[in-house]
Design a protein around this ligand. Structure first.
Ligand code: ZN
Length: 71
């Protein structure tokens, strides 16, 4: 699934990109998550907009998802 920037519609990252050996491809990994004290967020590599990330824990791992993307 492609996760698109809410500001410029550019590709932020792609989920579920699994290499044949089972590892996540580096291209599919979400960018580094920053934290300004209130929000966890990533920065769009295209337009530098701040994309707020919500905690999205699963039984397998602690994760984040963009607040504008429905699970
Ligand atoms: Zn953008």
């Amino acid at each position: 699934m492609k996760v698109l920037c809410p500001g410029c519609n550019g590709l932020l990252y792609e989920t579920n990109v699994i290499a044949p050996d089972g590892s996540q491809s580096s291209a599919g990994k979400p960018p580094a998550i920053h934290n300004d004290g209130d929000d966890a967020y990533i920065t769009c590599p295209h337009c530098q907009v701040k994309v707020v990330m919500l905690r999205s824990d699963t039984s397998a791992a602690t994760g984040f998802r963009p607040s504008h993307v429905k699970p």
